[in-house]
Design a protein around this ligand. Structure first.
Ligand SMILES: *[C@@H]1O[C@H](CO)[C@@H](O)[C@H](O)[C@H]1NC(C)=O
Ligand SMILES: *[C@@H]1O[C@H](CO)[C@@H](O)[C@H](O)[C@H]1NC(C)=O
Length: 625
């Protein structure tokens, strides 16, 4: 493929968009133009230190929602924060008049993440394994969150890398000073996240909805982009990404070979959940990797890819069932509907989500932009059902821009995209407030966390796509990936350093830890959790409130295993510890009868020391609540 010729399309396509945006009767466009700055202010209201909705939040940290109960989202999630700052960086770059407003936030974010990277947490520490980077969320003051949770989640580091790379790439083009800052201050933050991504992409973790332990399409897609774009930035800055970025082709191979079932991308694999796998996951992932200049057969799986379109239709159609989703009853197949995560969803009622309904529109605008940029579109047997809903004749074939089928299809898909926006707008309260979900049943009221930062960010990225404002390209002209069967991966050990120049504390000694996998057989009732605690700060220093949660990722009836790999920050010492059951209904804890001891290897050990044990103590009783 020739990048130059695709670039040529740019001027023409955006010219057309500018003209149509200037047309008098784009009511939806006027509405979005009004909502966009409102949404941006709502995002900034949820960011420390000055966000009006989130007092007490550290500088640069994004709070998921100001809601502190039912549900409590008053934390900073790595994923939500990264997606939010990806948007903020893109807004910053495209609109010079708004820069002074956003620059401080971006610098605060990078600094806050340099610090967070060094915070020891239940997923681990930065040194020597990098495992701490897989942590999901932190308290809003930047301290570790100690509760049981679906961890690790591997998309946090790759999404953060994408967001920060976006800024560093731009900065490096601003002159020698910017380039030096990108290289000396910002790159070390990115390098840690790339090391993590290269090292752990082929291990299981939790999906973006924090429910399924396995391999997740969205996560792998973001990992691929981070590694490719990271390698490009490293080249540009004259630094090295190390072996981590060399993993990109294998990640792409896995992405293309493992998730496709012949009809759609199964969003989560390597798990035992009885779900179809039709999930907003893959649609959102294609938006994250979107590059308007990328070809539709890019191994990154762009919105215009036939398989992405087929998956989109399969997933959206699940929400067209008017019995399950009265909000969508009677809507014809060529009109957008209110969409949620996946139809088996029960979380808070499993309603449609704002960020997903806007995401669906963005996905479609993105696909249209790619066809226009390429000056052609292809309808094949994989994507035909998607197109047939919108343009019933939709014969298979490749249509060039001067063909009437091309413009009919492009207009139909654009109108389809608009109709998703109209749905989200229809169920948005007058003041523009965006919660997480909106009820599928009358009177279709907002549900769940109020003022969800990600909902606002999704409105803004949708608005940018609709307006023809695209971020810089990242898909390389010579992109290639091995085809199936994929080579057996041997991911490299990453190298990790606190990003001191960016603001990380310079205390590498105290960050040293050795990895221990605690494995204990303990039969528990639903709602009862197992923790381990003991004489190291990563085990709470005998403070039960800071005990380390174990996970049920490998638990089964026949083998009731609770386990976790913990980076124990007491190298070379004799560790004392015991297991404890946390009872449900605030009944407190049940402790083991014994104290256990373990002699730890010295600092620098990367091999995981595995201890296999059996619960030795009383059992608990489910409470009545
Ligand atoms: C690791 O990669 C191989 C080759 O692509 C794949 O077959 C396997 O399912 C992957 N496992 C995980 C957990 O990602
Ligand atoms: C970090 O601390 C060490 C030892 O105190 C010192 O030698 C080193 O120069 C410091 N690094 C930075 C970047 O400040």
């Amino acid at each position: 493929m020739v990048l130059g010729s695709r670039r040529l399309g740019l001027a023409v396509a955006s010219l057309v968009l500018v003209i149509s945006a200037g047309a008098a009767c784009d009511e939806l466009g006027d509405d979005i133009t009004q909502q966009r700055p409102v949404a941006l202010e709502a995002v900034l209201d949820n960011i420390g230190p000055d966000g009006s909705q989130v007092p007490g939040t550290a500088a640069g940290l994004v709070v998921a929602s100001p809601s502190r109960n039912d549900p409590d989202y008053f934390f900073t999630w790595s994923r939500d924060a990264a997606l939010t700052f990806k948007m903020i960086v893109e807004e910053y770059i495209r609109d010079p008049s708004g820069r002074s407003h956003l620059e401080g936030h971006i610098r605060n974010y990078i600094r806050s993440q340099a610090i967070l990277q060094t915070v020891a947490n239940p997923s681990g520490t930065l040194l020597p394994s990098g495992r701490g980077l897989g942590e999901v969320k932190y308290h809003v003051d930047g301290s570790r969150f100690n509760g049981a949770w679906g961890r690790p989640q591997h998309d946090g580091p790759s999404l953060r890398a994408i967001a920060v790379i976006g800024f560093a790439k731009w900065l490096a083009e601003q002159g020698p000073e910017g380039e030096a800052e990108a290289r000396d201050v910002i790159w070390p933050v990115i390098a840690n996240d790339l090391s993590y991504t290269g090292q752990y992409w082929n291990t299981t973790g939790f999906d973006l909805w924090e429910e399924v332990h396995g391999a997740s399409f969205f996560t792998v897609q973001s990992q691929y982009r981070a590694l490719v774009e990271g390698a490009q930035l490293a080249d540009r800055l004259g630094v090295s990404c190390g072996p981590a970025c060399d993993e990109a082709p294998e990640v792409a191979c896995f992405l293309n070979a493992a998730f496709w079932n012949g009809q759609y991308f199964v969003s989560n694999i390597h798990n035992s959940h009885a779900r179809s796998g039709r999930d907003a996951n893959s649609m959102l992932g294609s938006n994250v990797v979107f590059d308007v200049n990328a070809p539709c057969d890019s191994p990154s799986i762009q919105p215009c890819a036939s398989r992405a379109l087929a998956s989109f239709k399969q997933w959206v159609d699940g929400f067209r069932d008017g019995n399950a989703y009265p909000i969508n009853s009677g809507i014809p197949p060529n009109r957008g509907v209110a969409v949620g995560r996946y139809t088996e969803d029960v979380y808070l009622g499993g309603h449609p989500w704002y960020l997903i309904t806007y995401g669906a529109a963005e996905f479609l605008y993105n696909a249209v932009a790619q066809w226009k940029r390429q000056g052609s579109l292809t309808i094949d047997s994989t994507s035909r059902a998607f197109f047939a809903d919108l343009y019933s004749r939709a014969p298979e074939g490749t249509y060039r821009a001067d063909d009437s089928v091309f413009s009919l299809v492009v207009d139909a898909v654009t109108a389809y995209a608009d109709s998703f926006v109209e749905v989200a707008r229809r169920y948005t309260p007058e003041d523009g407030a965006l919660a997480e979900q909106f009820d599928r049943r009358p009177p279709f009221q907002p549900v769940g966390a109020r003022d969800l930062t990600w909902s606002y960010a999704a409105l803004i990225t949708m608005a940018a796509s609709r307006a023809g404002e695209y971020a810089a390209s990242w898909v390389p002209a010579d992109e290639s990936a091995p085809s199936a069967p994929c080579p057996r991966p041997e991911p490299p050990h990453g190298t990790y350093f606190p990003a001191i120049a960016a603001g990380a504390p310079n205390n590498t000694d105290s960050l040293c830890a050795v990895p221990v996998e605690f494995r204990v057989l303990a039969r528990t009732y639903y709602g009862e959790d197992i923790y381990v605690f003991g004489s190291a700060s990563s085990l709470g220093d005998w403070d039960i409130n800071n005990a380390q949660p174990l996970s049920t990722n490998e638990y089964s009836d026949s083998h009731p295993l609770w386990n976790a790999v913990v980076d124990v920050d007491a190298p070379g010492e004799r560790l004392a510890y015991k297991y404890v059951r946390r009872q449900n209904c605030n009944q407190g804890y049940v402790y083991e009868w014994v104290d256990r001891y373990l002699d730890l290897p010295p600092c620098g050990t990367t091999d995981v020391l595995v201890v296999n044990e059996q619960w030795n103590g009383p059992t608990g009783q489910p409470g009545n609540c």
